[in-house]
Write a protein that binds this ligand. Structure first.
Ligand code: UT7
Length: 325
């Protein structure tokens, strides 16, 4: 049966030049390289330069994804930017990217689902493309978390970093078969009862300030493994695939121990898991497209591969996307 599938035609990413190692952080707060590596797997993170905005990172990643897709920017009719660190409260970071790309048609908006933002963005774009409401979408995850970190709080400031990644998705006619390219399934979930376990203690409508990130790491960790495993199992059941059929698992990079735990619980061999956290820490909505871009550049992605994306973050929000590359 002829259907429309959303096919990823290009991926790109950008990391700011400045690198901050664990040794650099140990000069600011009472921590050590040993503690950070053992508890999270992080060795370094990238920090945006003074004046470098989320939209600058987003634009650099978008340019790369567009070049690789071979699609002209003016043919993009939907731009979704997933970010929790927008340039301004409004307008959206997505419209800044739109203007930067020289596009003045279609629609551009931000999605706020923190670390799950990229999966939420892919799910939203997929629905727009399959319904015929858009033909070519740019989905970006971009963050400058260094701006909302309390650099005196060692329990959070060691974990996060800045970066951006993007994909170009195109609506394509398909037979809808198991081996046809494109997004096969997206599932997004949230549960607002857990808002206070991971949040920013400010905002225009409450404190009129930006605020700083606060997290009960131990509790978030406990929920993460459970919720991520649950949504992946739901995805596999609904699509009829088994965990050992996944060629590449591209998860949100929050903690190496979470990823090891999820892979083990699902029975996905660790060599099929893309792990980039050591090089850039937790970059929230940017981490999945950064990891996807890394896999692409390392030639770990071949046409026809079954690829699983997954994320969990503040809200709580979480979700998964299964696709045929
Ligand atoms: O992307 C959104 C989702 N986010 C996540 O998934 C993050 C989930 N959580 C985690 O990744 C982990 O909970 C952390 C990496 C944040 C923490 O690891 P943990 O094994 O849960 O450590 P903990 O919070 O239980 O802290 C253990 C000890 C504490 O000391 P006491 O109370 O045992 O004496 C902390 O005070 O480690 C101490 N500690 C540190 N020590 C050195 C906390 N932060 C640091 C630090 N350096 N940076």
């Amino acid at each position: 049966m002829a259907v429309i599938r959303s096919v990823i035609q290009g991926v790109g990413a950008y990391l700011p030049e400045q690198v901050m190692t664990n040794a650099d952080i140990a000069k600011i707060v009472d921590t050590s390289d040993e503690w950070i590596v053992a508890r999270s797997g992080i060795e370094q993170r990238h920090i945006a330069a003074e004046g470098e905005k989320t939209s600058d990172l987003a634009l650099a990643a978008a340019h790369k994804a567009l070049v690789r897709s071979g699609i002209d920017p003016t043919d993009i009719d939907l731009i979704i930017c997933a970010t929790a660190t927008p340039d301004r409260t409004f307008p959206s970071t997505a419209v800044a990217v739109q203007a930067g790309l020289g596009i003045s048609s279609g629609a551009a908006f931000d999605i706020q689902a923190v670390c799950s933002g990229f999966v939420y963005g892919v799910a939203t774009a997929d629905n727009f493309l399959r319904s015929g409401a858009a033909k070519r979408a740019l989905v970006i995850g971009a963050e400058t978390f260094s701006r909302i970190l309390d650099w005196e709080d060692r329990s959070t400031c060691v974990l996060f970093g800045d970066g951006a990644g993007a994909v170009v998705m195109e609506a394509q006619p398909s037979h809808g078969g198991r081996d046809d390219r494109g997004i096969l399934s997206t599932l997004i979930r949230s549960d607002g009862r857990y808002q206070d376990l991971l949040y920013v203690d400010g905002g225009p409508g409450s404190t009129k300030t930006v605020g700083y990130l606060r997290m009960n790491g131990r509790e978030v960790f406990r929920h993460a493994v459970q919720k991520i495993t649950g949504v992946i199992e739901e995805t596999l059941v609904s699509t009829g695939y088994a965990a050992d059929e996944i060629d590449l698992f591209v998860p949100h990079q929050a903690n190496k121990r979470i990823l090891d735990g999820v892979a083990k619980k699902l029975g996905v061999p660790i060599e099929r898991v893309v792990m980039t956290i050591s090089k850039h820490g937790n970059t929230s909505a940017a981490s999945i497209p950064l990891a996807l871009n890394h896999a692409f550049e390392e030639h770990r992605l071949s046409e026809g591969n079954l690829v699983l994306l997954e994320a969990m973050g503040g809200g709580f929000t979480w979700g998964a996307a299964l696709l045929r590359w």
